[in-house]
Design a protein around this ligand. Sequence first.
Ligand SMILES: CC(C)(COP(=O)(O)OP(=O)(O)OC[C@H]1O[C@@H](n2cnc3c(N)ncnc32)[C@H](O)[C@@H]1OP(=O)(O)O)[C@@H](O)C(=O)NCCC(=O)NCCS
Length: 167
Amino acid sequence: MINIVRASADLLPEIQNIAYQTWPKTFSNILSPEQINYMLNWMYDLKALKTQLQDKNHIFLLAEETGKYLGFASYETNHEGTDKTKIHKIYILPEAQGKGIGKKLIQFVEKAALENGNKMMFLNVNKFNQGAIDFYRRIGFYEAFKEVIDIGNGFIMDDLVMELKLT
Ligand SMILES: CC(C)(COP(=O)(O)OP(=O)(O)OC[C@H]1O[C@@H](n2cnc3c(N)ncnc32)[C@H](O)[C@@H]1OP(=O)(O)O)[C@@H](O)C(=O)NCCC(=O)NCCS
C-alpha cells in the first residue's frame, strides 16, 4: 500500500535523490544536460530545499511503500496571499510511474487546498513535457496560459500554466 507522508527536513535527501533519478529521464529530450544540471543545483541543493521547506512554506509530501520512497510532491496553499494552491513539484521514480502515485499525491494536495479554503490549484509544466501534460489533463487540469521565465545563465523555462478549479 502506498502511504503519503509529510516530509520534515531530515527527509529532504530522499527528495533530492528521487529528483536526481527522475530528472534526466524526464528532460533528456527537452533540455540540454547543462540546463538539467543547472536546474537541479538551483532547486534541489539541500540548502535550497531547506529554504523552500522552512522559509517559503512549501509542504513536501513523500509517497512511501514498504519503507521505500517512490515519489514526492511539494505545494503551497494560499500562494502569494491568494486563494490558490501552487503545486511546485511532482516527481515519481521512473520505475514507479503509472501506478496511481501521482494521482494520489495530487488528491492529497487537493484536500489540503480545500481545507485552506482555496478555490484553485495550479502549476507550471514545461510545454514539451507531453507525458506530464497528459497526466494533468487526465486528472482535470486545463491549460490556462503560456509563460516563459528567464532563470539566468542564458536558460529559460518554457512553460504552460495549468489550473484546476476546486468547488
Ligand atoms: C507525471 C507524473 C507525476 C504522473 O504520475 P504517475 O504516478 O505516473 O501517474 P498516475 O499513475 O497517478 O496516473 C493518473 C492518471 O493519469 C494517466 N497518465 C499518467 N501519465 C500519463 C501519460 N504520460 N500520458 C497519458 N496519461 C497518463 C494515467 O493513465 C492515469 O489515468 P487513469 O486514472 O484513468 O488510470 C509521473 O509520471 C512523473 O513523475 N513523470 C516524470 C516527471 C514529471 O514530468 N513530473 C512533472 C513535472 S511538471
